[in-house]
Design a protein around this ligand. Structure first.
Ligand code: MSP
Length: 490
């Protein structure tokens, strides 16, 4: 039987400067979801990458004394390295300067053109180069971009326009009749309200600079960088072709600042090109630093590579998912990270693993005894609840549920005083606890994959699928080997 498929993407990052914790957070959330769907037995395709065209990149490259291509060839490597450091399980890394991407962007532009959805006009208005986005006067704060707090630039130039307004009725109907299209639901309501104020046609070409994909009908113009970038979700999946047929549509995970681009702009382009809309545009909040959005332009950034080297990538992954309720903003602080690392990972989880394995080594010569599953411990596992949280993308609740089971195991040891038990009672308790650890290694895998593999290895088992997150599956006689400490306290 063909496996069910699951496609997930992140936004593609501007490699105009080094990645920060906000970029890391998005990749981690996507990775948790991708790994979870994999645990369920689906065939997963996970795409991430870099958004390499546009004026912002061109200016940064010039300031660095490099050609744009040289600049992005160097800079994108930092984003690849970030993925590696965070143990992100992406299947492909798309760059918008990849030839395959450029071809797709040209093809889709041509389709939209042939549909009669492109016309020439003059664009006069306000533009923030940092956002690579147009603004209306009313959306600026004292003339400044609301995100970057820098003056928007006045642009007046010839431009090609995309008949976006034409699709707003169809798109609004789709949003209203598909509550899963924009999640969490509040973001869908925000978009609908904004659409009700009116959707204008979109300027989709720029003639004032040349770092982009030339228009097929007028090569003096390059594609608006967002038009080009949004198409990565198609090109990264090998559009048009078998892989695309197999996996499209899927989930596009993005931050809350680019929901309009992904729902209204991308949605209209897809409708015009006759391609099905994404199943879900999934929106996360911001990682803040002392209440302010972390961003390079405001100078408030934390380096995720350095953090993962200092604290371990699993501690960072765990912290971000547990600390920030998915869909909302959350604050980063090193103290809070240390607190969760010391208390939850080292004390609750790490100690549980080392205690159980030490008891098996001491009392059973390192071989798992035969035993009966403890009914109380079995009841403490509420897999259904965890699954429901994941279905609703409540990653923080799902992780709390998994950690709740860890706490139940600790409570079981303490209340039963397992270290004082003898004979059959001891064997039943140790068998149950070892099986619980195996289940924990399955449930924790999406969140802290390396640690989960270490737990399975120390238990003498293999990381399993979600089907195996039930009691009674570990084999008596399995040789356990207590390994290095899972988390060192800081
Ligand atoms: N290049 C565009 C996206 C194009 S997708 C077709 C872009 N790049 S970005 O580098 O500015 O942001 C990439 C992603 O990181 C976005 O989803 C954005 O919301 C997210 N984040 C950037 N700063 C963030 C935080 N401080 N916190 C969490 N995520 C934020 O936009």
């Amino acid at each position: 039987m063909e496996k069910e498929t699951f496609y997930i993407t992140t936004a593609i990052d501007y490699p105009s400067s080094s990645p920060h914790l906000g970029h890391a957070y998005e990749k981690i959330c996507a990775d948790v979801i991708a790994r979870w769907e994999g645990l369920k037995g689906k065939s997963v395709f996970f795409l991430t990458g870099t958004d390499e065209h546009g004026q912002k990149i061109q200016r940064k490259a010039a300031a660095a004394g490099k050609s744009p291509q040289e600049f992005v060839d160097e800079m994108h490597l930092q984003f690849k390295k970030l993925c590696e450091k965070l143990n992100i399980s992406h299947d492909a890394f798309i760059r918008t300067t990849d030839e395959t991407h450029v071809k797709v962007a040209e093809e889709i532009f041509r389709k939209v053109l042939e549909k009669g959805d492109i016309y020439k006009g003059i664009y006069e208005g306000l533009y923030c180069v940092e956002c690579e986005s147009f603004y209306l006067e009313k959306d600026l704060a004292g003339g400044n971009c609301p995100v970057h707090k820098k003056p928007a630039e006045t642009l007046k130039e010839e431009s090609y326009f995309f008949r976006m307004a034409k699709y707003s009725g169809r798109l609004m109907k789709h949003i209203e009749s598909h509550p899963e299209f924009i999640q969490p639901a509040g973001k869908g309501i925000e978009i609908l309200n904004r659409m009700k104020e009116g959707v204008k046609d979109l300027s989709v070409s720029r003639a004032g600079f040349d770092w982009g994909i030339p228009l097929p009908n007028d090569p003096k113009h390059v594609q608006f960088v967002w038009f080009d970038a949004l198409l990565n979700y198609l090109s990264g999946l090998g559009y048009p072709g078998k892989k695309f047929e197999k996996y499209w549509p899927g989930v596009q995970l993005i931050g809350k600042d680019i929901v309009w681009h992904h729902t209204v702009i991308f949605g209209s382009i897809l409708l015009s090109a006759g391609i099905p809309l994404p199943k879900t545009v999934l929106v996360h909040g911001f990682v803040n630093l002392k209440g302010e959005k972390m961003s390079k332009s405001s100078g408030t950034v934390v380096d995720p590579v350095e953090l993962s080297e200092r604290f371990g990538e699993d501690a960072l992954r765990y912290f971000l998912i547990k600390e920030i309720p998915f869909g909302q903003d959350g604050d980063f602080s090193e103290d809070a990270l240390k607190g969760r690392l010391n208390n939850e990972l080292a004390n609750d989880l790490g100690n549980l693993v080392s205690r159980v394995l030490a008891l098996i080594e001491k009392n059973c010569g390192g071989k798992l005894p035969e035993g009966k599953v403890d009914k109380e411990l079995e009841k403490a596992l509420d897999l259904k609840k965890l699954e429901e949280h994941m279905e609703k993308f409540e990653l923080h609740h799902a992780l709390t549920e998994a950690m709740g089971f860890v706490l139940s195991c600790n409570k079981f040891i303490n209340e039963k005083k397992v270290w004082e038990l003898k004979g059959k009672e001891l064997e039943d308790a140790l068998y149950s606890l070892a099986d619980a650890l195996r289940i924990i290694s399955v449930l924790m895998h999406p969140f802290i994959p390396r640690t989960s593999e270490k737990i399975a290895e120390q238990l003498g088992t293999k990381a399993g699928s979600l089907n195996e997150a039930k009691f009674g599956l570990i084999n008596p006689g399995t040789k356990v080997k207590k390994g290095e400490v899972l988390f060192k306290k800081i």
